[in-house]
Design a protein around this ligand. Structure first.
Ligand code: FAD
Length: 364
């Protein structure tokens, strides 16, 4: 019996650990073979990517190497999955094909560029992976060393765009450079998923830094450092970042049916924001469902539990925990402590607790 797990992020690793723990420590002979396939040799604390681009957090504190985090006996394959075929139950990588009995599809998300051309995409900075964050960080270092006035354009006024904006703003400020940040948002306000009052709170905080919001707008082209918007407005000599939404990265062919309460891919009436907690809980339930099908455990329906969320915005934050609204400095501490707890080692947890204290008292 073979379980193939694509992606060792929060979801994939939770599934692996759930299966592993269900078998006695001194006898794993009945446990299915588990193969983890990931294009990286580590998982990444993705919520820290804006801080890595902003040079607040060192990349080594935001990763967990599979050789250290995966349970003993799990076969780790570093390869990029190119295709999944549900019909033949196979996972195709650039090197080899793996046939599975059970598949955990946990490859996360990638930036959604909608109908933009490959030429456009290749020119944009984005924040999908650690490599993207490092490229953005280095690109911005060059930008602030080449120009006295830095023009940053960020497409997308959601969580990621705002976190990135505050990080780049402070980097430019510490380098004593003048910075103009333009946030381009398709809706008529930023953070459209929040109520109007809370969206306004963030807008005012950001405006106080000089960040300009261009709402009901979109980017139509980015050529030779020049961004052109739908309205015809042109922003020249820019450092351009794309944070306009995500989609599933990996596609599958064939069809499969699973009942909804067991985590189906069938249409949902509600969208969940992407979050570490959901990925973790869904991975865990996928592991439990595999155990149930192996008759090791009972089937468990998936129940969405939303404990809350926080967006750290350098010296302030906005969020909700256990139904209670949070904003300001205390949300900052909460964000980094939670990231520490979900991080991959005690060393990382220790460092994130330090960040929680330092960042809570960072001056404007
Ligand atoms: C910039 C940013 C900020 C965020 N901030 C927050 C936050 O503050 N709070 C919060 O709760 N959530 C936040 N999120 C969302 C959260 O990080 C994700 O919801 C969570 O990481 C999803 O976990 P996952 O296991 O599904 O996928 P991931 O953590 O993305 O893991 C997927 C794994 O699959 C691998 N993979 C992908 N494609 C392939 C392939 N073709 N072949 C092989 N391997 C592949 C990748 O290498 C990766 O290791 C943020 C995300 C981003 C990008």
């Amino acid at each position: 019996m073979r379980v193939v797990v694509i992606g060792g992020g929060f979801g994939g690793m939770a599934a692996i650990k759930t299966i592993y723990k269900a078998f006695p420590a001194d006898d794993k002979s009945a446990m299915p073979e588990i193969i983890l396939i990931d294009k990286h040799d580590h998982s990444t604390m993705l919520p820290s990517l804006p801080d890595i681009a902003g040079m607040r957090i060192e990349p080594e504190f935001a990763i967990g190497k599979y050789s250290e985090t995966a349970p003993n006996g799990v076969k780790i394959i570093k390869a990029c999955v190119e295709m999944v075929d549900f019909q033949t139950k196979s996972v195709v990588t650039e090197k080899e094909t793996y046939v599975y009995d059970y598949l955990v599809f946990a490859s996360g998300s990638v930036a959604n560029f909608y109908n933009n051309t490959p030429e456009f995409i290749v020119k944009c900075h984005k924040l999908d992976t650690l490599e993207d964050a490092l490229k953005l960080k280095d690109g911005f270092t060059t930008e602030i060393s080449n120009f006295d006035t830095v023009n940053v354009v960020i497409s997308g006024g959601g969580f990621t765009g705002l976190e990135l904006a505050t990080n780049l703003y402070h980097r430019a400020k510490y380098a004593k450079k003048k910075v103009n940040i333009y946030m381009i948002e398709l809706c008529d306000r930023i953070l459209p998923m929040l109520g109007e009052k809370r969206s306004k709170y963030v807008t005012n905080k950001m405006k106080a830094l000089g960040i300009e919001f261009l709402t009901s707008e979109s980017v139509v082209s980015f050529e030779e450092r020049k961004v052109t918007l739908k309205s015809g407005k042109i922003i020249d000599n820019t450092f351009f970042c794309w944070c306009s939404g995500v989609k599933m990265g990996l596609k599958a062919i064939g069809s499969h049916t699973v009942k909804d309460e067991k985590l189906s891919t069938k249409e949902r009436t509600m969208y969940l924001r992407r979050a570490v907690n959901f990925a973790y809980m869904q991975g865990k339930i996928a592991g439990k469902n595999i155990l149930a099908s192996l008759k090791v455990k009972e089937y468990k329906p998936y129940k969405m539990v939303d404990l809350g969320w926080v967006i750290p915005l350098y010296t302030t934050s906005i969020g909700e925990a256990f139904g209670k609204k949070i904003q300001g400095r205390k949300g900052i501490a909460m964000h980094y402590i939670i990231c520490g707890v979900k991080n991959y080692s005690f060393k990382n947890l220790y460092n994130y607790c330090k960040f929680a204290i330092i960042f809570m008292f960072t001056k404007e």
